[in-house]
Design a protein around this ligand. Structure first.
Ligand code: FES
Length: 65
């Protein structure tokens, strides 16, 4: 069975700024890249450890051309 893990949308992706996964996914839906997500939410402007997680969300959910 190909059962995908369900993650809560209100999960905090960026601890430094409290940015939620929901917020990031809504920006990805608007075709935002990491730079735009970062300037819109402040994510990746602190310790920077969330950038890999956000990159993965973009790869997973973004409309990569
Ligand atoms: S967790 Fe996002 S900048 Fe630190």
């Amino acid at each position: 069975m190909n059962k995908k893990k369900q993650e809560p949308q209100n999960e905090i992706v960026c601890d430094c700024t409290g940015t939620t996964k929901e917020k990031i996914l809504s920006l990805i839906e608007q075709n935002a890249d990491l730079d735009r997500i970062s300037s819109a939410t402040g994510a990746c402007t602190g310790c920077g450890s969330c950038d890999v997680v956000i990159e993965n969300l973009i790869i997973e959910h973004g409309k990569v051309t």
